[in-house]
Ligand binder design. Structure first.
Ligand SMILES: [Zn+2]
Length: 161
């Protein structure tokens, strides 16, 4: 366990040393983020230490007073990073939105609602039997996809539908 703890603290220091060092200043937020990391890790079948939670640089809540959280899952072998934000339409710890390239502007925006590992599998390899004609091509994206603040100005996906 000591070895895993050393790896976990190194990841936090590498990712955002200042925020990690200051975690005692807002212990409830640190605890909320740790709980969110555990819940996402369980959902995806990864270790909680593979999930890093940081301030969301693009999304703020409560009239902009609080930053959202970004959960980054880093696969230990490949180092591939996956980024998620909480799905605020669901109870805490029960759903996330996968951030991936917007087909309109290329920015990282909500592209798939994830409540189980199968949701990620469906996003990565959509069922070819499902209708993907133009009218329905974006029906599967979460409601927060449209109007997300990370879209570039002028992106056709930036408008709320
Ligand atoms: Zn866009």
């Amino acid at each position: 366990m000591a070895e895993r703890a050393a790896i976990a603290v190194r990841r936090h220091r590498d990712h955002d040393a200042a925020a990690f060092a200051a975690r005692h200043r807002d212990w409830p937020e640190w605890a909320r983020r740790a709980a969110a990391a555990r819940a996402l890790a369980i959902t995806l079948g990864v270790e909680a230490e593979d999930v890093t939670v940081t301030d969301d640089p693009d999304r703020r809540y409560a009239d902009g007073r609080y930053p959202g959280m970004t959960l980054t899952v880093t696969e230990p072998v490949t180092e591939r990073a996956w980024r998620f934000i909480p799905d605020l339409t669901l109870a805490p710890g029960t759903g996330w939105l996968l951030l991936d390239q917007c087909p309109g502007c290329g920015e990282a925006v909500p592209m798939a609602a994830i409540t189980a590992l199968a949701d990620l599998g469906e996003y990565l390899a959509p069922d070819p039997e499902v209708d993907t004609t133009f009218d329905t091509a974006f029906d599967h994206v979460p409601g927060d996809h449209f109007g997300d603040p990370a879209h570039r100005p002028g992106c056709t996906h930036a408008a709320l539908t």
